[in-house]
Design a protein around this ligand. Structure first.
Ligand SMILES: NC(=O)c1ccc[n+]([C@@H]2O[C@H](COP(=O)([O-])OP(=O)(O)OC[C@H]3O[C@@H](n4cnc5c(N)ncnc54)[C@H](O)[C@@H]3O)[C@@H](O)[C@H]2O)c1
Ligand SMILES: O=c1ccn([C@@H]2O[C@H](COP(=O)(O)OP(=O)(O)O[C@H]3O[C@H](CO)[C@@H](O)[C@H](O)[C@H]3O)[C@@H](O)[C@H]2O)c(=O)[nH]1
Length: 324
């Protein structure tokens, strides 16, 4: 049986990936400091409570479990917060990853699946965005991940690190079985906030910016179901076991959805027209991010199956209602 150590395994995408790995026959260990994750989201193996910035704790976990692959999700991931407190992002995301990679290489764990992001592309110069698109982030979060990607390239050249770098577009939706879901505290993501406005009285959903150069003036994102993302990680793990080197894939659907269209989808699913206000653009937000994800299909055999916007909203709404 192969073993995967999942940093950030108590978080949103990490917990869904733990489930997918376990269902594919992997032994799963979650490594998380619970700063933004949830103990009860760790259901498919033990939780090691530790910080990726803590050299001794990382080394101890790697020695104890000797994973075949490390799937590295642990990071801060709020674009807006990164603009206000960039130092947090460079420390946790960039420095934390350096600690992890150094400790992995010291003991001979040389296979990494890295959570990267379409935020590393910045404002696209062409769309849809493929993996060869220049990376020029416009917020500190994107730069913190850009740095990590370069670290992976350099450590691969110098020390033989092998990696699958996955640049997700917007992770969305929840486990269709309802075992885990999206839980951020505070919640800043568009779908949970729109659902909350539809389901709880007194909440108003604010659209951040109506003057983007998009088909209806609101920002376009490529929402991809977290269960589809999770499956891509298992395929990435299998690829790492057979193909050395560094492989980079976008994970998205090729279809963009505007914030207005999302509001309509949430209204359809909830049966309630949600109250909407119109606010200014959020700092650090690009107008449109849509993936060309054909490389992941060709090389990993990955195809999104649950990433239609209505399916995404349906599974997110079901998760939300379960917790009311
Ligand atoms: N959510 C998205 O749409 C999206 C898109 C692109 C990339 N990503 C990336 O995917 C990864 C997971 O994102 P998420 O939305 O699941 O976030 P999340 O906040 O739900 O999960 C992150 C997890 O990492 C843990 N963590 C944070 N810092 C840590 C540290 N120093 N040591 C140990 N654990 C730590 C948190 O406690 C949390 O459980 C992140 O790397 C993020 O940058 C997310
Ligand atoms: O109440 C809200 C919340 C969000 N938005 C807008 O909706 C879009 C999507 O926002 P959000 O759900 O916060 O996602 P992103 O800011 O695109 O960031 C997510 O997706 C990125 C990839 O695009 C990841 O890297 C990040 O980690 C992840 O948080 C943006 O235009 C937001 O300004 C609103 O209009 N109203």
């Amino acid at each position: 049986m192969k073993t995967v150590l999942v940093t950030g395994g108590a978080g949103y995408i990490g917990s869904h990936c733990c489930k997918a790995f376990a269902e594919s026959g992997w032994s799963v260990i979650a490594y998380d400091n619970l700063s933004r994750g949830w103990r009860d989201a760790v259901k498919w193996g033990p939780l090691v409570e530790g910080d990726i910035c803590d050299v001794a704790a990382v080394a101890a976990a790697l020695h104890q479990y000797r994973p075949d692959v490390v799937a590295h999700f642990a990071a801060y991931a709020y674009v807006g917060e990164s603009v206000e407190r960039p130092e947090l992002y460079y420390r946790n995301n960039s420095f934390g990853t350096l600690v992890l990679l150094e400790e992995m290489l010291k003991i001979g764990v040389d296979k990494l699946i890295l959570s990267s992001t379409c935020a590393s592309y910045g404002v696209p110069v062409r769309s849809p965005i493929d993996e060869t698109h220049p990376q020029s982030p416009i917020n500190p979060y994107g730069w913190s991940k850009f740095i990590v990607e370069r670290m992976v390239d350099n450590l691969s050249d110098a020390h033989g690190l092998n990696a699958v770098v996955l640049r997700y577009f917007n992770a969305a939706g929840c486990d269709p079985d309802g075992e885990v879901g999206e839980r951020h505290e505070p919640e800043t993501h568009v779908i949970p906030l729109a659902i909350e406005a539809a389901v709880r009285s007194g909440r108003i959903f604010t659209i951040n910016g109506t003057d983007f150069d998009t088909r209806d003036g609101t920002a376009v994102r490529d929402y991809v179901h977290v269960t589809d993302l999770a499956r891509a990680h298992v395929l990435a793990g299998e690829k790492l076991l057979r193909d050395p080197g560094v492989h980079v894939y976008n994970l998205g659907t090729g279809t963009g959805t505007t914030v207005n269209e999302l509001v309509d989808a949430v209204s359809r699913a909830s049966g309630k027209r949600l109250p909407v206000a119109y606010g200014p653009r959020r700092a650090g937000d690009p107008p449109a991010l849509v993936a060309a994800a054909g490389k992941a299909t060709r090389e990993l055999g990955w195809m999104p199956e649950q990433s239609g916007i209505d399916r995404i909203v349906e599974t997110a709404l079901a998760w939300y209602r379960r917790r009311l």
